[in-house]
Design a protein around this ligand. Sequence first.
Ligand code: ZN
Length: 267
Amino acid sequence: MPGWVMVLLLSAGAAVALDEGADGKFSKRDSSHFVLFQDVDIDQSAGLRGSRRFEQDVLEALETAYRRADRLLGLRPDRPITVVVYDPDIFEAQFSGLLKYPVAGFYGGRIHVRGGEVVSDALVRVLNHEHIHAAFDAEASGWILPAWFNEGVAEWFEAGATGRGGLTSGAARAVNAAAAGGMLFSLAELSAPTFGGMGPDRARLAYAQSHAFINYLADAHGERRLREWVRAALRSGDLDRAARRNYRADLATLEERFLAQFVSRGN
Ligand SMILES: [Zn+2]
C-alpha cells in the first residue's frame, strides 16, 4: 500500500530539489506526457544500457497509465508530469527515515521512483496509483480533495493495472472485519486531505475502505458513471453535487447503500 506512505511525504517530497542526486546530476528524458529525471549515478551502478532501458520502461508504464486514466476516468492533464528516478541507495538515504516500510515510489508534487533494473508489476501498480494523484493535482486546480476520494480512486485504478482489479484479499478481510465489528469509518472521518495522521492499522483500514467505496460505486453503477462523476467533481469542486447529478443520490445516501451491503451479506 504505497499510498499512505506517500501522504506522509507530501511536504518532504515536494521539497526535494532536483539537484540532490548523488552528485547533483540528473539526465532528462521526455515522453508525450511526462518528463523524467534520472540520477546519472544509476548509469554506473546498473550500467548505462540497463538504466536507459529502465527509464524507457518507466515512461512506457506511465504513458499506459495515462491512456487508461483518460479512458476510465476522463483524466488527461496537459501539463507534463515530472518523474524523478533515484539511485536506490540515494532513495533509501533520502526517504527511509520517512518511510515506514520499503516502497518503490510515491507522489509529492512529482512522482518519485526508486531506480532498479526492471519495471516489476509492483512498480507498475505504484506508477498507476501515483499517476492518479498527479492527475488530480493537475486537474483539481488547487482544490484539496478528501482522502477517501483521492486514495480510493488511486487504489481502485492501481488494482486494475495488473490483474483483475478489486480489493486484495487482505484489504477485503480488513473491511469485512471492521464492518462486522461496527468499526468502519464514516466518510466524514475519511475526509481529511491525507490519512497521514493515522496510525498504521487505522490507515490501512482507511485505504481499504476508501477503495471498497469506489469499488462499490463502479460495481453498482458502472464505470462510465464513475468517470462522469469524477469529471463533474473535478470541474465543480463539489463531490456531493456531482454525485446528486450523476448518481441521482447524495453522498450520504451512497454511503448508506455501501454500508447496507455488509448487513445484507450477514457480515
Ligand atoms: Zn496514494
